[in-house]
Structures are given as structure tokens and as C-alpha cells.
Design a protein around this ligand. Structure first.
Ligand code: GAR
Length: 204
């Protein structure tokens, strides 16, 4: 068996994407394993999911730090302690700084519930509905110093249906999130992703 990628997952909430990644590792789809889960929120359900899977689950409260950089230094220290090689943001509702990016260059991924570059930032599904978009979706991308601007790895589209609410659209998008996030991590774990400027290609 080849080397296993050590994955660190950062969350703030339910952790359904975390669960899809745990499941993909457990069934051998991803040549890697989640070595730690860190939440900035004490009550994030994702911490329970991690514990259930026997994975170290840490609460690092951002309010205990003097600023974003100081918080990210603490994150980096914890991630390094567990030997993390890929940092996966899975509903981590914090803006990260250069401190984390410098520690893990082109090794931080995020999932965003919109077809970037449309609707970056908060409440992406609400933004799509308010704009009257007919197609919505999700994007897995490498994180750079901008807000949801990094090189795109995989996207999936879903139709917006008349009468959709934020909840119904989010549920349809999440189904796709749970498919494409593990897939992007699988490709990374196999060394199949090549990044050339903004453009990510998959090696044959
Ligand atoms: C996901 O829908 C993810 O796309 C979104 O948060 C949700 C977390 O759900 N992320 C963002 O909006 C980032 N800007 P989960 O905790 O069940 O995985």
C-alpha cells in the first residue's frame, strides 16, 4: 500500500462534509486518513462525528486569541502536531490568513456552496436565489489570500427550481458537495492535481 495522506479538517458546524470525507477514507476511496478535526465552535456537531470515528477532536476558540494571525498560528501548531499534510476547510466559517497559507502552500482546500466566481462570501445560496440564477452549485478550490478566489479543482451544478427556498436549494447543493469534496481529496492524495496559475488539471 502507498503512503497515506494525513488530512486535517477544520469545521464550525454540522460537519456533513467532514462525514463524507471520513466515509471515503474508511472505504478506501481516499488514500489517506483524517488525523485531527478542529472547530472554532465548541458546540459544532462535527466534533461528535470525529469522536465517533475515534479521531482527535479539538475546540480552538478564536475569541481566546488577539487576532486572526494569532489564531492561525495556534491552528498551524496543532495541525503540525498531528503531521497534517492537507488542510481541508469544511464549513469553517473563518477568514484565514497568510499565516496558515504560508505553512501549507497549495495545501489548503475549501468547499463553497456556489459556482465560483459567482456568489463568493456568506449566504451563497441566498445570493443565488435573490439574483434569480437558474443554475447553482458548489466549488472545491485551493485557498489563496482572497475570499473564495483560489484555483478551482471541481465544480458541480444543480438546477434552481421554482419555489426553492434557501433550505431546499442548500440540500440539493449539499448532495453534490458530499460527492465532489471526497473526489477532489482523492485526486490530491494520488498526486494527480497539477496547478498552473489559476488552472488546475488532472494528470492522466
Ligand atoms: C457547506 O454547505 C459548505 O459549502 C458551506 O458551509 C456548509 C457546511 O456544512 N461553506 C461555506 O459557506 C464557506 N463559505 P457542513 O458543516 O454540514 O459540512
Amino acid at each position: 500500500m502507498g503512503k497515506e495522506l494525513k488530512i486535517g479538517v477544520l469545521i464550525s458546524g454540522s460537519g456533513s462534509n467532514l462525514q463524507s470525507i471520513l466515509d471515503a477514507c474508511a472505504c478506501g476511496k481516499i488514500a489517506g486518513r483524517v488525523v485531527c478535526v478542529i472547530s472554532n465552535k465548541a458546540d459544532a456537531f462535527g466534533l461528535e462525528r470525529a469522536k465517533k470515528a475515534g479521531i482527535p477532536a479539538l475546540h480552538l476558540d478564536h475569541r481566546a486569541y488577539s487576532g486572526r494571525e494569532a489564531y492561525d498560528e495556534a491552528l498551524v501548531a496543532s495541525l503540525r502536531e498531528f503531521g497534517v499534510e492537507l488542510v481541508v476547510l469544511a464549513g469553517f466559517m473563518r477568514i484565514i490568513t497568510q499565516v496558515l497559507l504560508d505553512a501549507f502552500p497549495m495545501r489548503v482546500m475549501n468547499i463553497h456552496p456556489a459556482l465560483l466566481p459567482a456568489f463568493p462570501g456568506l449566504h451563497a445560496q441566498r445570493q443565488a436565489l435573490d439574483y434569480g440564477a437558474k443554475v447553482a452549485g458548489c466549488t472545491v478550490h485551493f485557498v489563496d489570500c482572497g475570499c473564495d478566489t483560489g484555483p478551482i479543482i471541481i465544480q458541480a451544478a444543480v438546477s434552481v427550481i421554482e419555489g426553492d427556498t434557501e433550505d431546499t436549494l442548500s440540500a440539493r447543493i449539499q448532495k453534490e458537495e458530499h460527492r465532489i469534496y471526497p473526489e477532489a481529496i482523492r485526486l490530491f492524495s494520488e498526486g494527480a492535481l497539477k496547478v498552473d496559475g489559476r488552472v488546475v488539471t488532472v494528470r492522466a
